[in-house]
Design a protein around this ligand. Structure first.
Ligand code: 5AD
Ligand code: SF4
Length: 439
């Protein structure tokens, strides 16, 4: 029996796509190898969001080349966003690659593997949702559900519209059926995935759909206790979506709302389609309807032309909102994006690093302060497994997506009440409430 090994880089959509890749390979009769060295088929699901992602991946690719030199029968496949973005050069620059495919052509890998062709092949036209392929879930009680592919926004820093193409939504009923099937298999938590998840459905025919309608339909499915989604765009964060968090039990008390920058001038040059006030107004609406909702974000520092005054505006928004957490990035120019051409205005690297340090300090301090509201409360925690720090403890997540390391007896997949004792910017600690066991 042939064996495959997949290394995944990048976002949750890539994790989802890799699960589908694995499911598809198993249906072709392949088995998963635990280490790359033992695989006949070495696959990479790649990311190209920042330069660092590229660099990390390429060193793995050379590792695969070394393995192929030892055993030339090995097949090396490269899928995902990096592959898509270098489609014209991939076979020239990396002649040891046998097959390359973009995020919308994962099924073509099967065609390649079952054909007699010995020549290298690339597949780069969008053909279908990976969500249609058989799945192989990493966790029993959690599933990714791909609700759309691609992105129609034009954020000037972002490579994704060019790697994942125009936005296409999957049919509403098909998604509801898929989640119903997952619930029947024991899944309790689903994460709805799209590059711009809350613009779902607007162009569906014959009947356009709203993202909030999908949340309602999924909430109504028996057995689904938690619904998460990522990533939404602030411009499409309409009141009906926010109300879904207030009114539907299973929609989690967490919204990831990517800010990117706090200065309206920078946001405009990023082509984000909202300004500082509109973002703050979305936050106010969330806090009005869902007061306990955790809000996390993504922020880029050192975007071309960002002045000290612009950056201070980002710090002000961070102070004012008090995010529960944030992913922070130094701007990285990407091939074929508009902002990569603003070369004259690139912010010197030392300045970017200095701003990043100030940003991280503010983000962490505010997140730590915000997390104190959980201390002394008893929160429902979905158990994931042993704690990464102390195997005698358990690890799980609250509805706010906060990681909790706690003492307890629960099994993975259970939702248990945990009394919260301490809180840092990153995680909580506590112990399982014995009362909840008796009940
Ligand atoms: N440089 C730095 N960060 C970026 N992101 C996207 N493109 C870039 C880039 N060129 C960040 C954004 C996005 C997150 C997934 O990655 O903050 O929300
Ligand atoms: Fe990376 Fe973006 Fe592609 Fe996800 S969509 S894999 S983050 S480039």
């Amino acid at each position: 029996m042939k064996r495959f090994h997949v290394t995944t880089f990048g976002c949750q959509m890539n994790e989802h796509d890799s699960e589908r890749m694995k499911g598809m390979l198993e249906s072709l009769g392949y088995a998963e190898a635990s280490v790359r060295e033992e695989a006949d088929l070495i696959l990479f699901n790649t990311c190209s969001i920042r330069e660092k992602a590229d660099e990390r991946f390429v060193s793995h690719l050379y590792d695969a080349r070394a393995l192929k030199r030892r055993d030339p029968e090995r097949v090396i496949g490269v899928g995902g966003c990096w592959a898509q973005s270098v489609k014209d050069q991939v076979f020239r620059d990396y002649p040891f690659v046998d097959v390359a495919f973009g995020p919308g052509q994962v099924h073509k890998l099967a065609e390649f593997l079952t054909s007699d062709s010995l020549t290298a092949q690339g597949f780069f036209e969008f053909e279908g949702f990976t969500g249609h392929l058989p799945g192989k879930r990493a966790r029993d009680v959690h599933a990714w559900v791909q609700i759309s592919a691609g992105c129609n926004m034009k954020c000037s820093y972002c490579i994704v519209p060019s790697t994942r193409g125009r936005e296409v939504s999957r049919p509403f009923e098909e998604l509801v059926d898929e989640v119903r099937q997952l619930a029947a298999e024991g899944v309790r938590e689903v994460t709805l995935l799209g590059q711009n998840v809350n613009s779902y459905g607007t162009r569906l025919r014959p009947e356009p759909r709203k993202f909030s309608e999908l949340l309602r339909a999924v909430d109504a499915i028996d057995g689904i206790d938690r619904i998460r989604y990522t990533s939404p765009h602030p411009a499409h964060m309409t009141e009906d979506v926010i109300l879904a968090h207030a009114e539907l039990d299973s929609v989690c008390q967490h919204i990831h709302l990517p800010l990117q920058a706090g200065s309206s001038r920078v946001l405009k040059r990023m082509r984000r389609t909202y300004g500082r006030e509109r973002f703050l107004d979305r936050v106010a609406l969330i806090r009005e309807h869902v007061p306990d909702c955790a809000i996390t974000t993504d922020i880029i520092v050192g975007f071309p032309g960002e002045t000290e005054a612009d950056f201070v505006e980002t710090l002000e928004v961070v102070e004012e909102v008090g995010f529960d957490g944030a992913f922070t990035f130094i701007y990285s120019p990407r091939r074929d994006t508009e902002a990569a051409e603003f070369v004259d205005e690139f912010v010197p690297h030392e300045e970017q690093v200095e701003r990043m340090e100030r940003l991280v300090e503010a983000v962490q301090r505010r997140a730590r302060e915000r997390a104190q509201r959980f201390v002394g409360r008893t929160l429902d925690v979905l158990v994931e497994g042993p704690s990464r720090y102390d195997p005698a403890q358990l690890r799980g997540r609250t509805t706010h997506n906060k990681v909790v390391n706690f003492d307890g007896l629960a099994a993975p997949g259970e939702i248990v009440a945990v009394e919260i004792a301490t809180a840092t910017s990153q995680s909580l600690t506590g112990s399982e409430s014995l009362l909840s066991r008796v009940a």
